[in-house]
Design a protein around this ligand. Structure first.
Ligand code: 4AD
Ligand code: MG
Length: 479
């Protein structure tokens, strides 16, 4: 007999047929004559109820059927007499596939803390919360590819090992095959990377942008969606050492086109979640409301589904860095010195507390900030005519802060080379990047969307380590 996926089963309207399901026990309860087993196979948030009538099957059949055990169940699909579920399977044959010792299995049908679940990330897929997150994560990946495919973008695989440092942040994981205890040294006594595997110093990429630019300047519209790595020692709820980034790059696009693209894409993927993940979103919404029960009304977050609708239905606010600084300088928390970093004046780098003030308190909507001071942004951003700001664009989201970072790129060879010299970026190492400005250069723009930040937003989860299956963070590389 062919197995039916539980999600398909739960959408059926025909009853009385024999079915076969397989899955893991989420719960069991019962009385003297009958047991009810909640079975889940990962296909949806809901379980199928299995009714085990001892008169037919004997009480012994329940032996070993504990939470966490895997089962194969054959039986009749019937409309349910009890409340709480539309249908149930009246079991005719139950096979225990793999037992789970109730004294040792760490998951029980109760609320476990997210911290505890992080320690058992190998099993947390079996919880409602991580099941929902995993399905939504898949849907969002699919939505991203759909969005770009429908609009004529080409997906480019950019390298994971590189010799360049796109962001100039200097916080990278080195890649080497050298013996760390006995590295090969040159005459000056420094490590001789010419002898290393790639013949030069290499690292895990922090961004696929520079290579995406090369492709865009021939293919027109491209995007990358790959893993990126940052060795910053930031132990926050918004940072991972390994995260996934979506980076479109478009020839002939200027900053306004770039903002339009990012806003449209964020709305599309949010709408995609609303259209395709409603059961999981409703579960996560309830979960969040329960978690925030103890909080004061003004500290509670907006209901998840209403929040997602508000993104789709409202235009993002667009303003310049200079305008944002004016708002922040005159804000209450700045005047009362309640910000950890008080804004003194123009040129200050914005911290997440400032970003969140703008989005959550001042505008109460997503904000696109543009035209940042050149000093606080990467070398590749296009210089404005004022000579001090660049065509940068950061998108700030409620509850998240920065979700997108991007810019129009500097396409003028002379301006770019001047900038690189000022920032001590060696021309010889970037000859290939500069070549695109030597031959057929055109205005172009792109951005990077942190996929896990997007996941935080869509799921309403509070910690980025809970929206990726196996988080990598300082001192954390288990599993
Ligand atoms: O602002 P960032 O550093 O921009 C770039 O890397 C550009 N090269 C992108 C481009 O223009 N193609 O990073 C982009 C986004 C951030 O806005 C944030 O959402 C996410 O990547 N991000 C992180 N997400 C999780 N953990 C971290 N440590 C992150 N650092 C950045
Ligand atoms: Mg950024």
């Amino acid at each position: 007999m062919k197995r039916t996926i539980i999600n398909e089963l739960l959408h059926q309207n025909e009853f009385g047929n024999k079915v076969l399901v397989k899955g893991w026990v989420r719960n069991r309860r019962g009385s003297k004559n009958v047991a009810f087993v909640a079975l889940n196979d990962g296909s949806c948030i809901n379980n199928i109820q299995i009714v085990v009538d001892f008169a037919n099957l004997g009480e012994e059949v329940m032996e070993g059927i504990n939470v966490g055990a895997s089962l194969s169940v054959e039986g009749l699909l019937m409309e349910s007499k009890g409340g709480g579920q539309r249908m149930e399977i009246i079991a005719e044959k139950i096979t225990l596939l793999g037992p789970a010792d109730p004294n040792k299995y760490p998951l029980q049908p109760k609320r476990h803390s997210l911290e505890f679940l992080r320690e058992i990330a190998h099993l947390r897929f079996r919880t409602n919360t991580f099941g929902a997150i995993t399905r939504i994560r898949h849907a969002m990946i699919f939505a991203v590819h759909n969005y770009f495919n429908d609009r004529g973008f080409y997906n480019i695989h950019t390298p994971i090992i590189t010799a360049s440092d796109a962001e100039g942040a200097g916080e990278m994981f080195q890649v080497t095959t050298m013996d760390l205890k006995n590295p090969i040294l040159n005459e000056e006594g420094n490590v001789d990377y010419k002898q290393d595997f790639f013949g030069k110093k290499t690292n895990l990429t922090v961004s696929g942008q520079l290579e995406a630019e090369l492709a865009a300047l021939a293919m027109g519209r491209v995007y990358t969606f790959g893993p990126t790595f940052r060795a910053e020692n930031s132990n926050t709820t918004r940072h991972l050492a390994e995260f996934w980034m979506i980076e479109p790059e478009v020839a002939f696009n200027e900053l306004t086109d770039n903002m339009d693209l990012a806003e449209d894409m964020l709305k599309y993927v949010t709408q995609y979640a609303l259209d395709n993940c409603m059961d999981d979103l409703q579960f996560l919404s309830k979960r969040l409301q329960e978690e925030e029960k103890g909080k004061k009304a003004e500290e509670r977050s907006m209901e998840l589904i209403a929040k997602l609708h508000s993104i789709v239905d409202n235009d993002f606010v667009r303003l310049t860095y200079t305008e944002a600084i004016d708002i922040l300088r005159n804000s209450k928390p700045n005047k009362k010195k309640r910000f950890n970093y008080v804004i003194e004046g123009w040129g200050a780098d914005l911290q997440s507390e400032h970003e969140r003030y703008l989005v959550e308190k001042h505008f109460k909507k997503p904000v696109i900030l543009i035209d940042y001071p050149a000093e606080i942004k990467a070398f590749y951003m296009r210089m404005n005519d004022d000579g001090k700001t660049v065509r940068a664009m950061d998108i700030l989201f409620p509850g998240i802060g920065e979700i997108v970072g991007g810019s129009q790129r500097e396409e003028r060879l002379d301006v770019l080379m001047e900038k690189m010299a000022a920032m001590n970026i060696p021309e010889e190492e970037m000859w290939w990047f500069l070549d695109t400005r030597r031959f057929g250069s055109v205005p172009h723009s792109g951005f990077g969307l942190g996929f896990e930040r997007l996941m935080l937003f869509v799921t309403g989860m509070g910690n980025i380590r809970d929206v990726i299956p196996f988080p990598r963070a300082p001192k954390q590389a288990e599993f």
